[in-house]
Design a protein around this ligand. Sequence first.
Ligand code: SF4
Length: 257
Amino acid sequence: MKADANVGQIRAYYRTLYRTWGPQHWWPGRTRFEVIAGAYLVQNAAWTNAERALGRLRAAGALSLDGIRRAPLPRLQSLVRPAGYFRQKARNLKGFVKFLDKRYGGSLDRMFLQPTETLRQELLGLRGVGPETADSILLYAGQRPVFVVDAYARRILNRHGLVPANATYDEVRKLFERALAGVVPKPRKPEADCGAAAHTPSPMSRAKRSTRAQAYNEMHGLMVGVGKQFCLKSKACCEGCPLEQFLPRPKSGHRGL
Ligand code: SF4
């Protein structure tokens, strides 16, 4: 019963946020590989820093499978330095290309022919790939219907009493996926605001995908918008937050968490 109520609640969050902010145009990028590289580079980093690293890779002609393959490791480390943890990230990007070469003859097309769960497990087996990175690759590069759970989504649901702080990644993912089943994102309303996490439309954000994948795509971006603008780690700034109406009562203590 409680689980069903939570599902209804999350669906209501989606409707409210989408009505308020409209499409979020995630994930920015021109190619699938740019999305994959971005998913690695944004780990433990602000998007602006990942974007700087992506820009340096692009300017150096290294933002492609072949570019990563050919770049000597020290050069790659220097290029991705703005994203932080540059040694690990450079090594992990090379690791991804090595995996792709060995397992799929260097072809993303072949890799994305795999069933979603098989590919998810393979990605999770790579160094530096946790569930959030694997699911970002599946959803945003592969257009697979897999919801991406991040710290923002967890924090929001936890502050609204929908999941405990120790809920597993997959528990939260499945909750979102149930809640968004059957949701159909509509074209943007011209008067809608964009929200704090909206990106400029890009070839990858406009890629063809199923309705389900589109709903997961939008909801992830919308939750990031709430997390960045209102539901900060240090403090919940509930006043003016589009989800304020859903705060649990009478737990007024949620304000200012
Ligand atoms: S800022 Fe407040 S109203 Fe908004 S999501 Fe966080 S806890 Fe909820």
